[in-house]
Every structure is written in C-alpha cells, then in structure tokens.
Design a protein around this ligand. Structure first.
Ligand code: NAD
Length: 439
C-alpha cells in the first residue's frame, strides 16, 4: 500500500520506517527542510535505538523516502498519517492543534481518490470530527474519511513497541476506512496482535485515558514512597509486593523524581481541560498532576538536604538529564525543574548524559557545565545525583566514585542502587527514594 506520514519526529519517523518494514511504500514528510536534508543523507535527527539501521534498510529497498512537499505523495496514498506535535497550548493546558490543522489543510489540497487521513498525533476527543469538517470545507469534492489511530510507543524502545504492540487501536466511521487500516496493519494482525476497531471518539479517549492511568500509577507509588520514608518500609519491595498481583501488575510502579517527557505532562493536562469543558471533572487526574508538579520542584530540596542543608559554593555532579534513558528527549524532564533551583541555591553544577547533552545545552547550558563522562563530573564534587537511570550509571565503579568525590554523598533519585548496601560498603552516604529508617 502507499502511505504518507506527515511529521518526522519520534512518532512519525518510527511509524513511517516500521510501515515500510511491513512492505508498504512510505513517504515521510516534514516541513523542516533541515530534517529532510539530514534524512536524505542517511542522518537520523533524533536518537532512537535501531532507527538508523531500520531507515537505511528500507530506503535501500526503495520502500521509504523523504520530502518537504507532501502534494505528490499524498495524491498517491491510500492513507495519510498526521504525526505532528500537539504540545500544551501556552497558558491554558489545552492541546495545541495548530500543527494538526495546518497539516490537515495541506493534505486536503492534495488528496486524490478515496483517502483515509489518520490522526496518529494524540488529539482530544472530537478532533477527528472537526478535522473531517475542515477537510470537507477546504476540498469539498475530496473523498476522505478521518480515522483515529493513537500511538502507544515509548521513546527508547519505539521500534519494538511499534512492531510488537500490546494492541493497535483504530477509530473509524466506515467499512471502507476499516479495510484500508486493516490492510496497513495486516502483518501485525497475522501475528495475533489485537487490533481494536471502535468509533473515533472512543479511540481518541483510549489514548488519553491510558496515559492518565499510567501517570496515576507513577503518582501513586511516589506518594507511597514518601510514606515509606516517614513510617518505615522500602518502596521498591512494596512495589514488588503489589506488582506481583496480576490485577495491579509490576509496570509503572517505580518511585522517582516525578514523571516528565513529551506525553504524560501535556496529555494529563489536556484531558483535564476536556473534562472541565464537558462539566465532568476528573478529580483523580487533577490530584496526580498537582502531586507531580510539587514533587519535581521538591527534588532539589532533597538534594540540598542531603548536602547538609546548603549547596552554596558546593559542586554537584548530575548523572542524566533526559526524562528517561535511551532517548535524547528533554521535554518536561525533571532536570529542568531541579537544575535552576540548585543553581539559585548557589551550587556549581556539572552534568553528564550519554545522549541528551546536545538537547540540554540550549535549555540548561546557562546553569551548568558538561563533562565528558560520569567520572569527569564526579571528580571533586560534593555530591553525585543520579537523575536518569541510564544503563551505564548502573555499572558505576563505586569505589572510584567514593575516591573521586570531595564529600561522599550519593543522591539516587531512581533507586538504581536502592537494593542492598553497595554504596554504603564503599563509604558513600546514600539517599534513595522511599526508604524508611530501618528498611
Ligand atoms: P515531534 O515534535 O518529535 O515531531 C513532530 C514533527 O512534526 C516535527 O519534526 C515537525 O517539524 C513536524 N511538523 C509539524 N507541523 C508539520 C506540518 N504541517 N507538516 C509537516 N511536518 C510538520 O513530536 P513526537 O514526539 O513525534 O509526537 C508527535 C505526536 O505523537 C504528538 O501528538 C504526541 O503526543 C504523540 N505521541 C508521542 C509519543 C512519544 O513518545 N514521543 C508517543 C505516543 C504519541
């Protein structure tokens, strides 16, 4: 089948490359000429494990190409995916649909023959209906239907998630649109991946409800972690004991500095705005959002407390800046809340991140300096803080860490070394998350 994907970010580029791997012919379009130039030179504008090989293989096979102008590709396509950003609208937290609308207007001008326009971007309930009206207004003669196919991939394991998803959700209004979507996902349905067909509004809501639920799990365990610190118990063991119950499950029960990233913060907010407008407040999600904001801000105070109540004139080594490992994405990362507060408190900050330093530089470069590796930033520091659980921080030589530090303080906001007493054995004063006095 012939497919166009509009937007070559984390979702668009991965989806496009994976659809071409399924055997479809895919054109990925982006309005940013620098991205398309890079892709045409075999350079991937984002860090996502495995993506470079996947793209190269499918370009070589003639199934994947890139363009700035979408007209030609859209005219030939049976399905056109919109995978552009839907950030929080400044000031009110509604999803900003301006990129989606601009893409839809351009698509409308280019469609020929029956075309399914698919929102892969996360869009509020009712957007599909509104886009269909926009398409009909812009191109009255066009034979189009808007489908909703929200994406559930995670940055860092995006290809695996796309190729082996727990489920595919497709919101459609007609049998012929369903037939197009079924053809696109045939390789997955042949592999027994559940493909859930539903109406468009249901599909749009499944995405937001799923993200809000996952954010709630994180928010919940973070508060249990706070309780452990006061009353005793180790939150990692509490989470394990809870997660072994199949009704609960072990995933998303890792206490930490609060969720960040390009999705949970903006999607929880957008869902709250939708619910408010509909007059059905979502009190649980509201509490989760507030608790998470408070938590991120409180993390710097924890670091300051671990340093004896003041970081003025002290040097802090930060390991990890991205919102999670295996990505270069800095959007809403807890580091963005923590670094300025430490800086304001008088700390000198040295940071290392395996992939995120280029993205971090324009956001945090004024407040910190970068080091070439973990030990370079730890050398002479008054405390080391693990902020993102990259694998290489799981394999630190703790004897060397203890030797290099000026003061032996380790603040581990991801509980990488939360089990056992390895840091203590090396003479480090260890501060994890959610550990009571005797735990
Ligand atoms: P991104 O910011 O990485 O990429 C968006 C791309 O769209 C950019 O390259 C931009 O230049 C391009 N673009 C914007 N307007 C365009 C237009 N009119 N024509 C062509 N290109 C255009 O975004 P992302 O992280 O890939 O997210 C895309 C959508 O997918 C969002 O709605 C997001 O909520 C959703 N989503 C993201 C993830 C994730 O992990 N990143 C997971 C699931 C869903």
């Amino acid at each position: 089948m012939r497919v166009t994907v509009v937007g070559t970010g984390y979702v668009g580029l991965v989806s496009g490359a994976c659809f071409s791997e399924f055997g479809h012919h895919v054109t990925c379009v982006d309005k940013d000429p620098a991205k398309i130039d890079a892709l045409n030179r075999g350079k991937i504008p984002i860090f996502e494990p495995g993506l470079e090989d996947l793209v190269a293989r499918n370009v070589a096979a003639g199934r994947l190409d890139f363009a700035v102008d979408m007209a030609e590709a859209v005219a030939d396509s049976e399905a056109v995916f919109i995978a552009v950003g839907t950030p929080s609208r400044r000031g009110d937290g509604h999803a900003d649909l301006s990129y989606v609308r601009a893409a839809a207007a351009e698509i409308a001008a280019a469609v020929r023959g029956f075309t399914v326009v698919v929102t892969k971007s996360t869009v509020p309930v009712g957007t599909g209906l509104a886009l269909e009206a926009l398409l009909r207004e812009t191109a009255p003669g066009a034979d189009v239907e808007v489908a909703s196919n929200p994406e559930f991939l995670r940055e860092g394991s995006a290809i695996e998630d796309f190729m082996r998803p727990d489920r595919v959700v497709v919101g459609i209004q007609s049998d012929r649109a369903q037939a197009v979507m079924a053809g696109l996902y045939r390789p997955l349905s042949l592999n027994e991946t559940p493909v859930l067909y539903c109406d468009r509004e249901t599909a749009e809501l499944i995405k937001y409800a799923s993200n809000a639920f996952l954010a709630t799990k994180i928010g919940f365990i973070n508060e249990i972690a706070d309780l452990c610190e006061r009353v005793g118990g180790n939150v990692q063991d509490v989470a394990r004991g809870m997660g072994l119950d199949k009704r609960i499950g072990p995933k998303f029960l890792h206490a930490g500095p609060g969720y960040g990233g390009s999705c949970f913060p903006k999607d929880t907010l957008a869902l709250l705005r939708t619910a408010e407008q509909a007059g059905t407040p979502l009190r649980i999600v509201d509490a989760v959002v507030q608790a998470n904001d408070t938590r991120k801000a409180a993390m710097a105070d924890r670091i300051i407390a671990a340093c004896g109540g003041s970081v003025a004139g002290k040097r802090i080594a930060l390991l990890g800046l991205t919102f999670k490992p295996n990505t270069d994405d800095m959007r809403e990362s807890p580091s963005l809340a923590i670094v300025p507060r430490l800086k304001d408190a008088g700390a000198e900050i040295l940071a290392y991140d395996p992939e995120g330093m280029d993205e971090a530089a324009p956001l945090l470069g004024h407040a910190l300096s970068f080091g070439a590796d973990p030990y370079a930033v730890i050398d002479g520091a008054d405390a080391v803080v693990i902020l993102t659980e990259w694998n290489q921080f799981r394999a630190l030589d703790l004897a060397r860490v203890a030797r290099l530090l000026r003061a032996p303080v380790m603040v581990d906001l991801r509980n990488v070394y939360g089990r056992g007493d390895e840091p203590r054995r090396h003479g480090l004063v260890y501060h994890g998350i959610g550990r009571g006095e005797h735990a």
